[in-house]
Write a protein that binds this ligand. Structure first.
Ligand code: GDP
Ligand code: MG
Length: 226
C-alpha cells in the first residue's frame, strides 16, 4: 500500500465534523462553518518516521449518503472517522447507521474506523457516557477517543490513530494474502486491533487545502494540492 491514505469524516449534522477536520488542518477552532459544505483537504505528516499524505473528506448533508451514491462514496475511503457529540444521544445512535452503511458498501465485516465522541469540553451537557462509546467501538472492532475540537483535545491523536490502524489493517491483509488483488485482500481483512489512544511519536508538516470544493449535493472533491 502506498503512503497515501483516504480518510472520510462522517456523522450527523452539527456534531463537529468540520470543526474536528479544520482543527487538525489549521490547529485552530472554527466556530461557524457552513453545514452544507463538503470539502477535501490534504495534509502531509511524518508518522513514526514515515512520510504520509492524508486525503481527508469532511462530509456534509449526510442524508445524501444514504443511497447508492453514498455507498459508492463510502467504498473509496481507506479509513473512517465516525463522529458523534457526547451531548447528543441521537447522534451517537446515528453512528451505528454510518458504520453499517460503510461495512455494507465495502462488503466487509470490519474496516479501519475510529469512533469519536466530540465536544468533550461540554461535560455539563453530556448525554453519552464514555463507557457506552467504548463499548460500541469494541463491538465494532473500531478505535475510540473522546475529542474536543474547541480545545484541540485528542484531535491529532484521532487522525494519527486511524492512519496507524489502516497501516496495520493492510499489513495484516498482505501477510495473510500476499498475492491477492486489493479488493480481495480487503474482503479477507482480519479483525482490527484493540483500541489504543495514539502516543505522541509523530509530527505534522506542510499542510495544504485542496483546490476543489463542492456543496453537499456534489461529487467527492479531488485532492490535488500538497
Ligand atoms: N463546545 C464545542 N463546540 C463544538 C465542538 N466541535 C464543534 N462545535 C460546535 O458545534 C457546531 C457544529 O460544528 P460543525 O463542525 O459545523 O459540525 P458538522 O455539521 O458535523 O460539520 C458549531 O457551532 C461548532 O462551533 C467542540 O469540540 N466543542
Ligand atoms: Mg460540517
Amino acid at each position: 500500500m502506498s503512503n497515501k491514505y483516504s480518510l472520510v469524516v462522517v456523522g450527523s449534522g452539527g456534531v463537529g465534523k468540520s470543526a474536528v477536520t479544520l482543527n487538525f488542518m489549521r490547529g485552530q477552532f472554527v466556530e461557524e462553518y457552513d453545514p452544507t459544505i463538503e470539502d477535501s483537504y490534504c495534509k502531509q505528516v511524518n508518522l513514526d518516521g514515515v512520510d504520509c499524505t492524508l486525503d481527508i473528506t469532511d462530509t456534509a448533508g449526510q442524508e445524501e449518503y444514504r443511497g447508492l451514491w453514498g455507498d459508492k462514496f463510502m467504498r473509496s475511503g481507506d479509513g473512517f472517522l465516525c463522529v458523534y457529540s457526547i451531548t447528543s444521544k441521537s447522534s451517537f445512535e446515528e453512528v451505528e447507521v454510518f458504520r453499517d452503511q460503510i461495512l455494507r458498501a465495502k462488503d466487509v465485516d470490519t474496516c479501519p474506523m475510529i469512533i469519536l465522541g466530540n465536544k468533550r469540553d461540554l461535560e455539563d451537557y453530556r448525554e453519552v457516557d464514555t463507557a457506552l462509546g467504548e463499548e460500541f467501538a469494541r463491538n465494532s472492532d473500531a478505535l475510540f477517543l473522546e475529542t474536543s475540537a474547541k480545545e484541540g483535545y485528542n484531535i491529532e491523536e484521532a487522525f494519527f490513530s486511524i492512519v496507524r490502524h489502516i497501516r496495520d489493517h493492510y499489513r495484516n491483509v498482505e501477510d495473510e494474502a500476499p498475492a491477492a488483488a486489493p479488493e480481495a485482500a480487503d474482503a479477507a481483512a482480519v479483525a482490527a486491533p484493540a483500541a489504543t489512544p495514539a502516543d505522541a511519536g509523530a509530527s505534522t508538516a506542510d499542510a495544504g487545502k485542496s483546490k476543489s470544493s463542492k456543496s453537499a449535493g456534489g461529487k467527492k472533491s479531488k485532492c490535488v494540492l500538497l
